[in-house]
Ligand binder design. Sequence first.
Ligand code: MN3
Length: 202
Amino acid sequence: MAFTLPPLPYGHDALEPYLSERTLDFHYGKHHQAYVTNLNTLLLDAPDLAASTLEEIIIHTAQAPSKSGIFNNAAQVWNHTFLWNSMTPNGGGEPQKALALKINEDFGNFSEFKNAFKQAGITQFGSGWAWLVVENGKLKITKTSNADLPMIHGQVALLTCDVWEHAYYLDYQNRRPDYLEIFLNHLANWRFAEENFLKAIK
Ligand code: MN3
């Protein structure tokens, strides 16, 4: 069964002025779509994975060098769907309730969290992702390269920011720190992160 590009949870222009319609046209319409298309093509030669879910494919191929093409495209399909949900029009601000308390407990305060998340995104050399995750009951900030993602490291993702250049270059060129600041101040979807947190600690 072929995978399809999941619908964006908002319009291509809904994140203006922080991320342009042009960026969403390319990032969602071209990049995300290409990962879906490439994955479906590669799966034609992997009948053993034909009945698997996206998550099963990712876990199954993560440690198999001969399946790195499938892993990279499957993980990027998952990462981008997670990314679109990690942002929302009128986002930013601070989380509420249980997640707010847990951030204070594990990072000191929200400002410390913000600095650490931003720093993770800035210092990810080359393409990759900054993440807020839960690992062994504790919140943690991580960064991953290329298509790598928390689920293959025993972590549950709560929120992510894509720091591949295609995510921000049309709007921010080389200014990745500005993009990360805007992400945290205006785009981050804390409601989504809270839902993921409550599921993760159940
Ligand atoms: Mn991307």
